[in-house]
Design a protein around this ligand. Structure first.
Ligand code: HEC
Ligand code: HEC
Length: 328
């Protein structure tokens, strides 16, 4: 119970009382708080004068601000342009050098190859990721359009060393620049149901050559004598059980019956677009992407003809080389 609701310890209250003894004092807020408040109020005024902030009565116009001392009126575009200019200045020497380099040379140059790995990421996401999956992991065909055909991967996985056309950096470049479209004829009118069954079972087991039909029916013409595929034709390796389409017996029968890009309405579709047409990508961008894809890890290393003498380095010169100061 409080006797005096209007003051306590000499500090007057606002007169508001709750629960009999809970009252509002009229104490000043602490000094640091008042200073902070004043400083923010001043800052607001300064900010409003410096930056575009105050809308004017006239339609759509606003006070543009006097800008920062020395750098004139501030605009978001100006800031963006300055930032971009800084970035471009960093990139320019690399971009200039890239123009004269073949993909293999870029790979061999540690600095350039690192630059390309970094700048290729966005290019890949923008142009390739939709079909090949982010970072080349592949993406499944979903949605009604594909479900009815039970398609497998929308586009091949680019991370592994299983290549339809070849994993040399030049071949990857060629794939991007020219596009690819593997073709396998439809066999539904050429083979009997029993033959398709035998072939599908042999292929599913990863041993296509186990049946003489594989050679007799001309599969070897495109998939090779050993069934391992031929890069020149983009025909799949049928011995590794890595499937582009459906790897089940039924799925394989489907591929054999209707082919790939064969023109049959039921055919499997596999079209890698051409990125040169209509200037979709510049030569430099395609080079970057070839190196970027190669560096996913599945690339086929170029055959380097190492000079024989390099093997016979004598101990003395090896030690000398190791202790020599690093070149700048
Ligand atoms: C519209 C979907 C689509 C887009 C976009 C696409 N690809 Fe492809 N890509 C494919 C298909 C489908 C194939 C397989 C073609 C075939 O089977 O004949 C393929 C094949 C490839 C291959 C050959 C793989 C092998 O095993 O030899 C490479 C490399 C490749 N693409 C890289 C890229 C790059 C890099 C981009 C971006 C610039 C890209 N692709 C954009 C669908 C696409
Ligand atoms: C005219 C060339 C050609 C002939 C003939 C041919 N194929 Fe193919 N086949 C291809 C190509 C090209 C592909 C790969 C398509 C792709 O991935 O883009 C393929 C893919 C396949 C696949 C799918 C593999 C996967 O990973 O999903 C199977 C299965 C297959 N062929 C089996 C056969 C069998 C069995 C025969 C013989 C009856 C045969 N092919 C004859 C060109 C041919």
């Amino acid at each position: 119970m409080s006797e005096n609701h209007n003051s306590a310890g000499g500090v007057p209250t606002t007169g508001h009382v709750w629960d009999d003894d809970l009252a509002d004092f009229t104490n000043q807020p602490p000094k640091w708080w008042m200073l902070g408040l004043t400083a923010s109020a001043i800052w607001v005024v300064v900010y409003f004068i410096m930056y575009p902030a105050i809308p004017l009565a006239t339609n759509g116009t606003f006070f543009k601000g006097v800008g920062l001392p020395g750098s004139g009126q501030w605009t978001a575009i100006k800031e963006l342009e300055t930032d971009t200019a800084v970035l471009d200045a960093v990139r320019k020497p690399y971009e200039d050098k890239l123009k004269g380099m073949e993909p293999a040379a870029i790979l061999a140059d540690a600095d350039m190859s690192e630059y390309v790995s970094r700048s290729g990421k966005v290019l890949f996401s923008d142009n390739c990721g939709g079909c090949h999956g982010q970072n080349g992991v592949g993406s499944m065909q979903t949605g009604a359009k594909f479900a009815q055909r039970e398609q497998g991967l929308m586009a091949p996985i680019l991370l592994d060393d299983d290549w339809l056309y070849g994993g040399e950096v030049e071949t990857i470049y060629e794939t991007i620049a020219e596009g690819r479209q593997g073709m396998m004829v439809a066999h539904k009118d050429i083979l009997s149901a029993a033959e398709i069954d035998t072939l599908a079972n042999a292929v599913a087991a990863g041993t296509p050559t186990a049946t003489p039909l594989f050679a007799e029916k001309g599969c070897t013409a495109c998939h090779g004598e050993d069934g391992k595929g031929m890069h020149a034709m983009g025909s799949a390796n049928l011995t590794d059980k890595v499937w582009r389409f459906d790897g089940s017996i039924e799925g394989i029968k489907q591929t054999i019956k209707y082919g790939v890009n064969s023109g049959d309405p039921e055919t499997r579709v596999a079209i890698m677009p051409n990125f040169t047409e209509a200037g979709k990508l510049s030569t430099t961008e395609m080079k970057k992407l070839a190196v970027y894809v190669y560096k996913f890890g599945g690339g086929t290393a170029p055959v380097v003809e190492a000079p024989v003498a390099a093997v016979a380095v004598d101990a003395a010169s090896a030690t000398e080389a190791a202790s020599a100061p690093a070149a700048q």
